[in-house]
Design a protein around this ligand. Structure first.
Ligand code: AHR
Length: 713
């Protein structure tokens, strides 16, 4: 068994094979950057030298079910444990309601299965009721059930009853005081067969609060079985089974061009049985079994299934980047390398691709059409597995990748296949590299890594044609990044954008987190939310700013006189805290505590303290919009003092004196946004004058700026 940290360490080690040579090559080229110069800081931009092109897919998002990303997050369902399967022994998140002297009981009933996928139901026996006396069940939701004024909620439930009971059942959003009814509806006609019931509940002038439960009660004796209970608030674009509008609006602000899904560790699961088994995530939600997400140790309803991911792409105009299960789960026992045993999973991947891209007369394209989406989705990239460097069986990924690659290319020759670890027997179209760093300085110390990669001899296996930085983050901040993390991120992003000839896509990770107690399994996350609202971290605004203000031509840029700072790298590999240092160990009812993950990397010899390094305090890149001629100069000033920069531009005949700056600043390294102060750090747009092909401009302390110049060729 490998922990996340161990797996990552192995990747870092392998990446080191590139990094050693890269660092040597980089050293000479960057020595000007690395030493504090007495000269003023200067950047020279050669607008007639294009060094690469920013891929239209460059800025994207990576996502998985972690930190309650979907259930309790983007996926708008309000009822938790809606098919009663979350815990095999306890009826978690449901309470028995007995009001006004009424009495009754509730229990899990495996003798009355709801359907094949849900081989049990919740039995409610009402022994004594009548008048004000009511018995029923109450769901406490994901950290509460929200109520907002003048809002319509859609309830769905499946029920049947013993002879003699037909209802009515009252459905209500009720304050935790038990008496404040925010909205209610009644349903009758319960029969002895399973039947679907729907109702709408509309609030009036109610308070905005999460201190509510969703309650279903009856006032007459009888026995009722519930198979599935659901409650949805309004969703983005009114999609049924859809998404939280506030979070979707934040995502739209990032202008993401692609969505990498469904993981991450969530794709693989700890075992074969708990992988993302896509066929169990499609079709009627009441027929989806759900599964225990043992990668992150909580229940997944799979309401966010394959088609929902694709709808998400459609709603935000993103291209899907599909990760297919590649025969490796996190607890190595699930590894499948033999061709005869791997074949079903290769077939499963081919069928999954057909579900996404096939037209409606293919088998799985027809299934997608039946599920409500006749048109195929455009998809260019498929990723084989996730972080398979963690599979320490020699040759395992090589063998598995080759089999997937051959099968995918044979059926879909136009698809680009992404490898998650270097391979030698096939030329992967793309390699997915992950970089989690422990501090701003550590991230900034790697900001020029890709500048040197272009000079690498092709000595490391068969070098892939493109790089996808599929997961990365400066991991400082709880639960979301602080300003120091955003400065590290900015240094890294400038480095990726400057090297767009090689780095074709990037996705920060993780994308989401609940900010509530026990709502997080991984620090640090881009967007935070509770039951009522969501906010973007400083790193979120950075992503949004970079995705909005950039050109497609990368221009040659050199810097001199760049200030730097000495930094002592920590000994050993590591990715920082996975969870909060004192976080309560997550439990999932009777599944018990989550297995401990070993922190950081096991060392096999004495830990050597690396030598101090000089790390630049400023980072730059320049891109040009080939249609408008506008040049975007990005300047990251990580220093605590304002910095003057002389900008010299060649290859254009003139620059208009008036332009714009878009600036993101924090008051200091610890400054941040939060659920209570969501917009403390946001980009500010200002007009600037005095621009030309040769000018000096001062950049604020702790700032990230985009300077937009209008040019004539
Ligand atoms: O982003 C969190 C985890 O980090 C991902 O699930 C995994 O791919 C990586 O180790």
């Amino acid at each position: 068994m490998k922990t996340v940290s161990q797996r990552f360490a192995q990747r870092e080690f392998k990446a080191g094979r590139f990094a050693v040579a890269a660092t040597l090559l980089a050293f000479a080229a960057q020595s000007a950057l690395l030493a504090q110069s007495e000269k003023a800081t200067e950047i020279k931009i050669q607008a007639d030298q294009v060094t690469g092109h920013v891929s239209p897919l460059f800025y994207g998002i990576m996502t998985e079910e972690i930190n309650y990303s979907y259930d309790g997050g983007l996926y708008a369902e309000l009822v938790r444990n809606r098919n009663f399967k979350e815990d095999p022994k306890d009826i978690v998140h449901w309470q028995l309601v007995q009001e006004g002297g009424a009495t009754g009981s509730m229990s899990l009933d495996t003798g009355t299965p709801f359907n094949e996928a849900v081989p049990l139901s919740l039995k409610v026996v009402i022994d004594k009721a009548g008048g004000a006396g009511r018995v029923g069940i109450a769901n406490d939701g994901f950290w509460g059930i929200p109520s907002k004024p003048n809002t319509t909620y859609k309830a769905t439930f499946y029920a049947k009853a013993a002879p003699g009971f037909t209802g009515p059942i009252t459905l209500a959003i009720v304050g935790n005081d038990g008496t404040s009814i925010r909205a209610s509806a009644q349903v009758s006609g319960i029969t002895q067969e399973w039947k679907k019931f729907e109702a709408t509940l509309t609030t009036g002038n109610v308070p905005v609060t999460a201190e509510n439960k969703f309650v279903l009660t009856a006032a007459n004796p009888g026995t009722i079985w519930f198979g599935f209970v659901s409650l949805f608030p309004p969703t983005y674009k009114d999609r049924p089974n859809g998404f939280r509008p506030d979070i979707m609006q934040l995502l739209a602000g990032m202008k993401p061009a692609f969505l990498r899904f469904p993981g991450g560790n969530y794709l693989e699961g700890n075992t074969l049985e708990t992988r993302f088994d896509w066929k169990k995530t499609i079709g009627d939600v009441a027929q989806r079994p759900g599964h225990f997400n043992d990668a992150w140790w909580y229940w997944s309803s799979d309401g966010m299934g394959l088609l929902e991911f694709l709808n998400w792409c459609e709603d935000l105009n993103m291209e899907p980047v599909l990760g297919v299960y590649a025969g490796y789960s996190l607890r190595g026992g699930a590894r499948i390398t033999l061709h005869s045993r791997l074949q079903p999973y290769i077939q499963e991947a081919l069928e999954e691709i057909e579900y996404v891209t096939g037209d409606a007369n293919t088998t799985w394209g027809a299934r997608r059409a039946k599920d409500g989406h006749p048109a195929p989705f455009k998809m260019q990239y498929v990723e084989v597995g996730n972080e398979d460097g963690g599979d320490n069986q020699p040759g395992s990924y090589e063998t598995r990748f080759a089999q997937f690659y051959d099968a995918i290319k044979a059926k879909y020759p136009n698809l680009k296949v992404i490898a998650t670890d270097p391979v030698t027997t096939r030329v992967a179209d793309v390699i997915d590299e992950h970089y989690y760093r422990r501090s701003e300085e550590e991230m900034a110390s790697h900001a020029s890594d890709y500048d040197s990669r272009r000079q690498l001899p092709m000595g490391f296996g068969k070098a892939p044609r493109e790089v996808f930085v599929g997961e990365w983050a400066t991991r400082v901040g709880d639960p979301t990044p602080t300003w120091t993390a955003a400065l590290g991120d900015a240094a890294w992003m400038v480095g990726m954008e400057r090297n767009a000839h090689l780095v074709k896509m990037e996705g920060y990770a993780p994308l989401f987190t609940r900010v509530d107690p026990d709502g997080l399994q991984w620090l640090t996350d881009l967007i935070g939310y509770n039951t009522l609202s969501a906010y973007g971290s400083p790193s979120y605004y950075l992503q949004s700013m970079f995705a909005t203000y950039h050109g497609d031509d990368v221009l040659s840029i050199t810097a001199s006189g760049v200030p730097s700072k000495e930094w002592l790298p920590p000994a050993g590999f590591g990715i920082g805290n996975v969870v909060r240092p004192n976080q309560k160990v997550q439990t999932a009812g009777s599944r018990g505590p989550r297995p401990q993950r070993i922190p950081i990397v096991p060392q096999t010899g004495p830990i050597q303290q690396p030598a101090p390094q000089q790390v630049p305090l400023m980072h730059f890149d320049a891109t040009r919009d080939s249609k408008t001629g506008a040049i975007y100069v990005k300047v990251v000033n990580r220093a605590g003092a304002a910095q003057a920069v002389h900008v010299a531009l060649t290859g254009v005949s003139s620059v208009e004196p008036n332009g714009r700056t878009i600036t993101l600043t924090g008051s200091g390294p610890d400054d941040t946004n939060s659920i209570t102060e969501p917009t403390k750090i946001v980009p500010v747009i200002a007009s600037v004058s005095g621009l030309s092909t040769d000018f000096t401009r001062t950049f604020p302390p702790y700032s990230v700026s985009v300077l937009e110049l209008k040019t004539a060729k």
